[in-house]
Design a protein around this ligand. Sequence first.
Ligand SMILES: Cc1cc2nc3c(=O)[nH]c(=O)nc-3n(C[C@H](O)[C@H](O)[C@H](O)COP(=O)(O)OP(=O)(O)OC[C@H]3O[C@@H](n4cnc5c(N)ncnc54)[C@H](O)[C@@H]3O)c2cc1C
Length: 356
Amino acid sequence: MASETGKKRVVVVGGGLAGALAAKSLQSHADVVLIDPKEYFEITWAGMRAKVEPSVANRMVVKHSDYFTNGRLAMSSAVGVTDTEVLTADGESIPYDYLVIATGHNDSFPKTKSERVEQYQAEYNKIESADSILIIGGGPSGVELAGELAVDFPGKKVTLVHSRERLLDFVGPKASKKALDWLTKRKVEVVLGQSVDLKSHTDGDKMFKTSTGETIVADIHFFCVGRPLGSSWIRNSVFEEALDAQGRVMVDEHLRVKGRKNVFAIGDITDIPEMKQGYLAQTHAVLVAKNVKLLMEGGNESKLRKYKAGSDMAIISLGRKEALAQFPFATLIGCFPGLIKSKDLFIGKTRKTMGV
Ligand SMILES: Cc1cc2nc3c(=O)[nH]c(=O)nc-3n(C[C@H](O)[C@H](O)[C@H](O)COP(=O)(O)OP(=O)(O)OC[C@H]3O[C@@H](n4cnc5c(N)ncnc54)[C@H](O)[C@@H]3O)c2cc1C
């Protein structure tokens, strides 16, 4: 079925890095509706820099209207889906001919860019006036934040508590050890194998209890524990069977949702066996945009592009000049990997990809 303009209707659910690029790539070929609860997306990996240099927030928070100029943004959350429509929290039913699921992770960020930029400024103000800072979580966010603080605020006492036995458990043990050594050399106190109970903590209280009963004193804290997957809206829907045990969407080699001809999934929400990385999420978006175009134009299914899982590669920035990189052939730390990521954090590159 086509819309009033005669074009096919494509609905993209989730406007993170993956959904944003899919919506941008399809906007001149179809009637595209992008469903996202906010008016912007973030270049996520620059977020820790924006906490220590708030002017960065203006560049890493990008309004959907800056690149999505030929479609409609439905600023709401998807709460359900049928074979033909997506239902939103605002009570809208948005029909589709093709659906792209890109709801990676849930977040609870403010709706407008200006509020989000103010939030980064407020976090910076908090850091500036604190003497001691507690970071809860030793994944990429926690480690990158510890790196930024160690480099920009070397006089502050930084403690990082991680519930697992090694930092950054999504990379190999060698990379974890290098990150630990780098942080401890810069006087970050790293506490492994313990968690912090925030339920019994009241705002303003400077004492934090760990799971083994230790007390950590800190003026402020940052909660850097992974966000939940954004698949709750798919549960109890016609696509429920496409979710795996973790809540990821199972896709085939063309990135179509298992058993569906006109529904695709991209980015962190997919079950593709590879590291969950933004640059891979963008590769999914480009491939799916091509596949949707092919199907809209009546192309032969045999011409659909196939996706090959990406190799295990990750770069974790450690302040402004250094980084830790895990490549398939080696693990490196210091200024060389830092040259790849840490100065501009791929902000310029990502903005260019989005045409802003
Ligand atoms: C600190 C850190 C550093 C990183 N560094 C790198 C790096 O250097 N390189 C790299 O490639 N990757 C990096 N990553 C990973 C990268 O950020 C993710 O892989 C990427 O953000 C995934 O994009 P996505 O669009 O799939 O999901 P997300 O970015 O999670 O976006 C999902 C979007 O969907 C929306 N959404 C969720 N539920 C709903 C719903 N029900 N209805 C409507 N919208 C919904 C959300 O609000 C959000 O806008 C890093 C991540 C972190 C945390």
